[in-house]
Design a protein around this ligand. Structure first.
Ligand code: COA
Length: 151
């Protein structure tokens, strides 16, 4: 039986392991255990973020996160969705869908009108997953740069 719940500090090892799986797939990211653990701790401590895990027989087998951002386009909060991953042995059983539904409910309860995420353009299974759940591509592309450190 699958159970989706809010994450807590005791889930950190399992979530880091899931992020290893995710970041190994995504060309734009490299797995770094210390960084991912630190990022997860920030999410756990933030009241602007939601970190969810899916459990099967008391083992964490999936996760996702969402962070509130203010959108002037929406005139209110939007949700940045990240860290969506289900352990390979548990895929195609509805776990990912359950996680996304729970994230949607958390966001809707906070006045969020739009959810957004970045996906690897070559990740066909994930793009299919999102498309079937009503997500649509946009005309935007993602740019990034690293912050210059002040001297
Ligand atoms: C993308 C991902 C999170 C989806 O998780 P999942 O648990 O497999 O998702 P679901 O089971 O809810 O849905 C996946 C498919 O299984 C199907 N499915 C759901 N329940 C099912 C069941 N009981 N029996 C058979 N198929 C089922 C769904 O129809 C869906 O198919 P579709 O996408 O072709 O419509 C997962 O594939 C994953 O972890 N991928 C690697 C990480 C990744 O790419 N993350 C996204 C980063 S942007």
């Amino acid at each position: 039986m699958i159970h989706v719940r809010g994450a807590w500090a005791g889930d950190l090892d399992a979530m880091v392991s899931l992020l290893r799986t995710l970041f190994t797939i995504e060309a734009d990211f490299a797995f770094d255990e210390a960084k991912q653990r630190r990022g997860l701790r920030f999410l756990l401590e933030s009241d602007q973020a939601c970190l969810l895990v899916a459990e099967a027989d008391a083992a964490v087998i999936g996760m996702c996160s969402g962070q509130l951002v203010i959108s002037t386009a929406e005139g209110g909060p939007a949700l940045l969705v990240e860290d969506v991953v289900v352990a390979e042995a548990f895929r195609r059983r509805g776990v990912g869908g359950r996680l996304m539904d729970a994230l949607n409910d958390w966001a809707a309860g906070r006045g969020v009108s739009r959810l957004q995420l970045l996906a690897d353009r070559n990740n066909a299974p994930a793009l299919d997953f999102y498309r079937r759940r009503g997500w649509q591509p946009t005309e935007l592309i993602c740019l990034r740069c690293y912050a210059r450190q002040s001297r």
